[in-house]
Design a protein around this ligand. Structure first.
Ligand SMILES: [Zn+2]
Ligand SMILES: [Zn+2]
Length: 363
């Protein structure tokens, strides 16, 4: 049984709790279509991992069995502590390269595509990350950590990161020096100049201090969430592929092989004209993406996402008894249905758009 099945009700309960706390404080940190899109992206990610993620576990197990240098006692606490520390160190590099190498950013960009920041944002996970992320964890396999240790510490690292996606927890004193917190992760999701390429840690923030990528949240320059090239869509499939499509277009029109390679492997801010074409951020010109909606659209979109979550849990329960073609067909059908819902939400034109305030909704 996939442990995410047990985590899903907890995720939703904590979202309800965050909504309640925000309401009682009189602040608004959620927008329905944004959150439903985040959840739809999370559901799509789990379906894609159910099919493709097995590859990473198999590859890890093969390398650990064949080349693992040491034998680790899984009953010894130090096995788990050292594995978690090493996993988080590797995660730092997965995450850093996910921002600093264009083709890897194409996968990770989906996590940053929300212009809100709340617990639902944590669920905006990539559907393509399973293709390459396992490569970064080969050092653990070479050290011989058993595959079950790799899977469990990976799950701990993933689940830890859920709670740091909130605007309702302030700075946490000395903890900011040691672990990833809501405050230093808000910086990671900001598009302000001081936030770009900062705070890559998964559980521990000291990696960022060691490698010079740490930035504290500034009270005089609050993070404005989102990406410099906005997604402009509620479609979870487009959120996952839009940057790959852009790279494909750039490669197709590039004038030389050097440029083609740079479009794929250089920093996302690289252009043929400039090594770093990042422009200064201007909060006053930023406005969040929105589309018209009615009560009916909101109700239908909510119902569609709830159905998607139920179908995912049903899949986790049923998948062991299903033959592989049926599993693949179930996942493909779910991905297509989520895509249709997202496309419908984005294109729906039912009433005039409502003007939005600029910047974070609680500011
Ligand atoms: Zn990131
Ligand atoms: Zn995040």
């Amino acid at each position: 049984m996939n442990p995410i099945a047990f985590a899903i009700p907890v995720f939703f309960l904590l979202i309800a709790f965050e909504l309640w706390v925000a309401h009682s404080r009189g602040v608004s940190v959620y927008r329905l279509k944004d959150s439903l899109t985040s959840i739809n992206i999370g559901i799509m990610s789990e379906f894609s991992k159910a099919i493709g993620g097995v590859v990473s576990v198999i590859m890890y197990a093969l390398i650990a069995d064949r080349f693992g240098a040491f034998v680790w006692d899984v009953r010894h606490p130090m096995t788990w502590v050292s594995a978690l520390l090493l996993y988080d160190f590797c995660y730092y590099w997965v995450h850093r390269t996910g921002h600093e190498i264009n083709i890897l950013w194409a996968s990770h960009v989906v996590h940053h595509s929300s212009e809100e920041f709340n617990l639902s944002t944590a669920l905006r996970q990539s559907s393509t990350g399973f293709l390459f992320r396992w490569i970064f964890y080969i050092p653990l396999a070479l050290l011989g950590y058993p595959v079950q240790v790799f899977v469990v510490v990976g799950l701990i690292d993933f689940l830890y990161q859920y709670w740091v996606h909130t605007q309702l927890v302030g700075k946490l004193g000395w903890l900011e020096y040691v672990v990833v917190t809501p405050s230093n992760h808000r910086v990671h999701h900001g598009q302000n100049d001081y936030c770009i390429d900062k705070n890559y840690g998964g559980i521990f923030s000291f990696w960022d201090r060691m490698f010079g990528t740490y930035a504290d949240e500034r009270d005089d320059d609050k993070p404005v969430y989102g990406i410099r090239k906005p997604l402009g869509s509620w479609n979870p499939l487009w959120a996952n592929v839009h940057h790959y499509v852009q790279i494909g277009r750039q490669v197709k029109t590039a004038r030389s092989w050097r440029h083609r390679l740079m479009h794929v492997f250089a920093k996302p801010s690289w252009t043929p004209e400039k090594e770093d074409a990042t422009e200064a951020f201007r909060a006053e010109t930023f406005s969040r993406f929105d589309t018209p909606e009615t009560g009916r659209l909101r109700a239908l979109a909510f119902f569609a996402t709830a159905t998607g979550a139920v179908l995912l849990v049903a899949f986790f329960l049923l998948q062991k008894g299903l033959p592989q073609p049926a599993r693949v067909a179930y996942c493909v059908a779910a991905v297509l249905a989520l895509t249709a819902v997202g496309a419908w939400m984005t294109r729906s034109r039912m009433q005039a758009p409502q003007p939005l305030s600029q910047g974070p909704s609680h500011a």
